[in-house]
Structure formats: structure tokens, C-alpha cells
Write a protein that binds this ligand. Structure first.
Ligand code: GLN
Length: 441
């Protein structure tokens, strides 16, 4: 653990703070003592892991990579993190990310851009960029990211590691700072399917503190080696035929499809919504939800408060000075789509589109067991580009946001050299996603 802590400190650009040193060393000492006593230890005991800095861990700073919460100390611990602590895993670092999860490049942060693990001129991806880079560089064995519209899957793809967005509700969101509550998911990032399985099992389950959580059966290591039930796979033809897709991503994807056919699996082309519809539906709903969720951050209960003439002015200046440009853009956009005169035209239409997207998935899964897609149409941008062109950044989420709206389980696995492959199954069938990842190996 000391070795990991030192490596992380040498790499502060990618991580947020080192307030976990005492906690980590204390926990590690206890595991050492157990080993010295000849006691047996559990699978996760003593394993160093990282936490995207949007999870509560009592007594440690939880900044959401924002000025507003720069000095905020968590008052309690998130359920998912508590379960990992109970299993003996050791949190070594809170990880840099896009502020409040707002972004796809981990540049919307007060801690400096997260650099890609493979090519440091490129972004690490986002919003869970620090988490994916830490795993890719072996600073952590696994990290816990958060995925609202792709934030675990996309950085996992850009850094060639595994990242799972489980079915919505499989893991409790209690203690994960809310971005868009109807799609927020706790998601593990690791270097193998087996590590993802272990960490997923530990974190899953019904939690009285999150009424959208549900009870699920443990995923057995042996079961996911038996891939005989996989008969058919589908992919969205319009994603692959799009002008926006990078040619290398397209050819990597098509060669995966060929390999699958050779293994005797039927492959079907499916119809789906166009990227611009998916992106605008997602961003309308995500902005509306974040405008509402972040309204509590006015300096009265949490975070940095700036005093002004009166209460109203104090709220305004606290929010204006402490939120980033990107976060403000989303709050303004969200309040606009929720306001009278706009909500029927924009917000309610987006809710209807979301239902149509979910129905489309339900129909697809009557026909195929698995849907495959590249994680992104494009390769990781150079550092700085996404900040200059937020619209291009939103469009780069075209392949991840649909699965978020559908609340489906979906896993990024490394593929080719540019971005990952996304494996998706029907709701609650997270086991099949892991099976398929094993099948591809
Ligand atoms: N890039 C997407 C957004 O900015 C997804 C972010 C996320 O999943 N937290 O909303």
C-alpha cells in the first residue's frame, strides 16, 4: 500500500488528494497483522482501490473536482464503498474527474486535465478519467467510477481497460453525488472480467437507502465460463455506417463481428435511433435532472460560501464563482427545458423519446441475446479540444447514452487500438454481459 500511495503522489495530476493515507495505512496494517497471525484473508482484503471523487467516504474530502466542494468533508460513507470496506479492500485515493460528472474528457476539473494512459497528449476520457487511468497504469487494482451517460465505459475504452455500467439499480446510489438520478450508476473499472465480477458481486444488492435499488443473485465464476446459451448478436447498422465513425474504429468493430460469425453465432443488423436524437434526448434529461440536483449547492449547507449583500446575492455569487463553465451551461440549459413554455416542447418530448428508446431495446432483445457497439465513434481528442468545443464533446457520447437511457447493463472491453467494444444485454442480465466478454477472449 505504501508503494501504491507513493506512486499516486508522484502522479497527483491524475488524482485528487492524499487524505486517504492514514486510513489506507491503518487498514493495511490490520491486514498485515492478520496475515502475521496466520489468519486467512478474504479475496478483496488488502487490495488497493481508487474512488472517483463523487462518492462519500466519511471523514475524507469529496470535491466532485469542483471549487464549490473543494473543502467538503463527507459526513457519511456511500453504500457501495462501505461494502468494499467491509470486504477488506483498501481505498488509496479519490480520483480526478469531470466536475459533478459533467464531461467526457476529465478536463472540466479544478485539478488539471487527466492524461491518457497510452498517449499523454490525449485526454484520459471522462468523466471517470482518473479512475480509468489509475487502473490502466496499475496504480489501483480496481477503481469505482460513476456512469450516467458513459463515464465509466468511455474512459475504460480510451485507456484499454474493462469498465461496467451495471443495470440501473443493481448497485445502490446512496452516497454517490447525484448528477442525473434516473441514469446514475455505480460502475467498477478493472483489468479483467473476473475482477469486474468480484467487485460487482460485493457492491450489488437492495439498499433501504436507495429505493431504486434491487436484490440480485450473485454471479458465479463458473457460470460465466459456460457461454453455450449465446446464440445471436445484433449491432446497430446506422452506428457503423455513420459518416462520423473513425475508419479504424469501424474496421476493428467489423473484424470482431467476423470473429463472432466464425464461432457460429448468428449476427443481425438492427435499426436504431439516429445519434443526434440519442444525444439530444440524453442531454435534455441529464441537464434537467442536474439543474434540479445541484440546486441544493448554494453555500448554505455544503461547500464554499461567498457572502454578499443579502441571502439571494450570496447564493448567486457562491454559485457563479464556484461552478465551472460547463456545469453552469448545464444548469442554465436544464432550467430552460424545465420552464414554462419550453417543458412541453422539449422536456416532455424527451421523456417520450426515452420510452420509445427503451421499447426499441425490448424488441431487439426478443431477437438477439447481446447488442454490440463501439464505445465511441471517435478516438480520444487531444488535451484542450473538448473545452473549446463542447458540442463536439456531446456528440462523442453518441454510442453510450442510449444504453444509459434504457438502463441496461453494458460493459466496455478492450478492442483494437482506438476505443473499446461495448457489450450490452437486456435489463438485469448483467451475468450475460460478463459471459459474452469471456466468450470473446
Ligand atoms: N459525458 C456524459 C455527460 O457529460 C456522461 C457523463 C457521465 O456519465 N457522468 O453527461
Amino acid at each position: 500500500v505504501t508503494e501504491k500511495l507513493n506512486a499516486l503522489k508522484a502522479n497527483t495530476h491524475n488524482t485528487v488528494n492524499s487524505t486517504l493515507d492514514d486510513l489506507a495505512l491503518d487498514l493495511a496494517t490490520k491486514v498485515d497483522a492478520k496475515i502475521a497471525n496466520g489468519e486467512s484473508i478474504g479475496l478483496l482484503e488488502g487490495i488497493p482501490f481508487g474512488i472517483k471523487d463523487v462518492y462519500m467516504l466519511q471523514g475524507t474530502t469529496t470535491t466532485a473536482s469542483s471549487d464549490l466542494l473543494k473543502n467538503y468533508k463527507s459526513a457519511y460513507t456511500a453504500t457501495a464503498i462501505q461494502k468494499l470496506l467491509d470486504a477488506g479492500a483498501i481505498p488509496v485515493v479519490k480520483e480526478n474527474c469531470d466536475s459533478f460528472g459533467h464531461g467526457s474528457s476529465s478536463e472540466n476539473t479544478i485539478f488539471g486535465s487527466v492524461k491518457n494512459a497510452i498517449n499523454p497528449n490525449l485526454v484520459g476520457g471522462g468523466s471517470s478519467g482518473g479512475s480509468a487511468v489509475n487502473v490502466a497504469k496499475d496504480y489501483t487494482v480496481f477503481s469505482i467510477g460513476g456512469d450516467t451517460g458513459g463515464s465509466v465505459r468511455q474512459p475504460a475504452g480510451y485507456n484499454h481497460v474493462y469498465g461496467l455500467k451495471p443495470t440501473y439499480g443493481r448497485i445502490s446510489r446512496y452516497g454517490l453525488m447525484a448528477y442525473a438520478s434516473s441514469t446514475d450508476c455505480v460502475g467498477p473499472i478493472a483489468k479483467s472480467v473476473e475482477d469486474i465480477r468480484i467487485v460487482l458481486n460485493v457492491m450489488s444488492g437492495k439498499d433501504i437507502k436507495d429505493q431504486t435499488s434491487y436484490a440480485s443473485a450473485e454471479i458465479n465464476a463458473e457460470n460465466i465460463k459456460d457461454t453455450s446459451e449465446i446464440k445471436s448478436v445484433g449491432y446497430f447498422k446506422n452506428f457503423i455506417d455513420s459518416d462520423a465513425i473513425d475508419p479504424k474504429i469501424k474496421s476493428d468493430f467489423l473484424s470482431t463481428i467476423e470473429k463472432i460469425k466464425v464461432k457460429g453465432i448468428e449476427v443481425k443488423e438492427l435499426d436504431f435511433f439516429q445519434s443526434d436524437i440519442l444525444v439530444s434526448t440524453y442531454y435534455t434529461l441529464a441537464m434537467a435532472e442536474t439543474a434540479s440536483n445541484l440546486s441544493r449547492l448554494d453555500g448554505s449547507n455544503y461547500g464554499n460560501r461567498i457572502e454578499d449583500k443579502n441571502l439571494k446575492e450570496s447564493y448567486a455569487i457562491t454559485r457563479s464563482e464556484n461552478f465551472s463553465e460547463e456545469t453552469k451551461r448545464r444548469i442554465v440549459g436544464g432550467n430552460q427545458v424545465l420552464s414554462q413554455g419550453f417543458s412541453d416542447e422539449i422536456y416532455l418530448k424527451s421523456l417520450a423519446l426515452r420510452d420509445a428508446i427503451s421499447e426499441n431495446f425490448e424488441d431487439d432483445f426478443k431477437d438477439v441475446d447481446i447488442i454490440l457497439s463501439p464505445v465511441t465513434p471517435s478516438t480520444p481528442p487531444e488535451i484542450g479540444n473538448s473545452l473549446k468545443d463542447p458540442h463536439a464533446m456531446y456528440l462523442s457520447d453518441a454510442y453510450t447514452v442510449g444504453f444509459s437511457l434504457g438502463q441496461l447493463p453494458t460493459l466496455t472491453v478492450p478492442q483494437g487500438t482506438e476505443t473499446g467494444l461495448q457489450i450490452t444485454a437486456a435489463k438485469t442480465n448483467d451475468e450475460l454481459v460478463l459471459k459474452f466478454a469471456n466468450f470473446l477472449k
